[in-house]
Design a protein around this ligand. Structure first.
Ligand code: UT7
Length: 333
């Protein structure tokens, strides 16, 4: 059987930096609270001419360049996001068109913060079976337009940022290198603990308009923060442990853990629970906030650029978020 390897990484973030100080001018919040509770110093918010798919396009171009392949070598696209350009179709087809990739297939993944790891798992299976040779896997999110930027929404809106990350997943030339395993989980009973209800089939647009949308909290993301936090700090170590056990490895074998950037406190808790050193964990939430499906590929691309991901390294990706969904991937780089 083939194995799948990540041959290129790329990311894109809008140049519009929004600091905690900026947020404190539009809602009742402050730099100290945000840093103490989340570790976030600033995040990026999209410019007017940008979109989920336009950020994905830039990240994809960077990943293609990093892989050193022609874009025509890509034979499939997997696009993870919770903030698609349109209600339908999903943004995979827009990206396919923008890249000029003829009629190759484009799959959209709806698994929120775990979306990139779920998408990577799908790519891994397609490469293993020999169906495709080079798959573009993307995570991109445009959160800023849909947040409640009043004090009522501060518990959610200070956390999320915009951005995109992309990977080229290819057939590995060596059986020793590549994605060792992926582990996917979900617990739908907690779907409403972190959700955006409308617009959807539960809350159609005419109903929101009839209710004079402005006071309708269903149009903004809702998060039961403490409940989500408690589950996150349990599920992250579990799913990382599951990946290590599957491959007969220990946490000391991990060269770099890239956790989904949900909250710096969550990453630090996971680091402590797994007994990992500062050098073994990569965080960049301080600069970008929580970018959901984009957070892991942005972090992986940055870590690679910084020389922290080298051939032969054991890289662990782990995610937890809305669904609830959680997932991990262990990669021999
Ligand atoms: O990526 C998907 C997964 N998401 C996560 O994993 C996020 C998990 N949850 C969290 O990261 C944290 O729960 C939050 C960062 C969202 C919130 O932190 P917290 O320590 O759980 O705070 P809290 O919600 O318990 O709120 C504490 C206080 C409240 O005031 P009172 O009731 O104690 O007077 C809030 O109203 O902080 C207040 N508060 C704020 N104050 C200033 C909430 N948001 C803000 C804010 N600025 N932005």
């Amino acid at each position: 059987m083939n194995s799948a390897i990540i041959t290129g990484m790329g990311y894109y973030v809008p140049d519009n930096i929004v600091t905690n100080e900026d947020l404190s001018k539009i809602m009742d919040t402050n730099n100290e609270w945000i840093i103490e509770r989340t570790g976030i110093k600033e995040r990026r918010w999209i410019n007017n001419d940008e979109s989920t798919s336009s950020m994905a396009l830039e990240a994809s171009k960077n990943a293609i360049a990093d892989a050193g392949i022609e874009k025509s070598a890509i034979d499939f696209i997997i696009f993870a996001t919770l903030s698609p350009d349109y209600y339908f179709p999903g943004p995979g087809v827009t990206l396919q068109k923008e890249l000029g990739l003829d009629t190759i297939g484009a799959l959209d993944v709806r698994n929120q913060c775990s979306g990139f790891v779920y998408a990577l798992s799908i790519a891994d299976q397609y490469i293993k079976t020999g169906m495709y040779e080079n798959i573009l896997v993307v995570g991109s999110e445009y959160h800023s337009g849909g947040l409640d930027k009043t004090t009522k929404g501060r518990g959610v809106s200070v956390i999320f940022g915009d951005g995109a990350g992309a990977a080229i997943v290819s057939k590995s030339p060596s059986a020793e290198r590549g994605i060792l395993s992926t582990h996917l989980h979900a617990q739908g009973e907690h779907a409403e603990e972190l959700t955006l209800i409308g617009p959807s089939t539960r809350r159609w647009v005419p109903e929101i308009i009839d209710n004079d949308g402005k006071d309708d909290q269903a149009i903004y993301p809702y998060m039961n923060g403490t409940f989500v936090f408690k589950h996150a700090v349990t599920r992250f170590p579990q799913v990382i442990g599951e990946a290590l056990i599957k491959n007969n490895l220990q946490s000391t074998d991990i060269d770099l853990l890239i956790p989904h950037q949900a909250n710096l406190r969550i990453s630090q808790f996971v680091q402590k629970k797994m007994g990992l050193s500062n050098d073994q964990v990569f965080n960049n939430i301080q600069k970008y906030g929580n970018t959901t499906a984009a957070s892991i590929p942005i972090a992986l691309a940055e870590a690679k650029q910084a020389g922290k991901v080298k051939e032969g390294d054991l890289i662990c990706l782990a995610a937890f978020g809305s669904g609830f969904t959680w997932a991990s991937a262990l990669i021999r780089w």
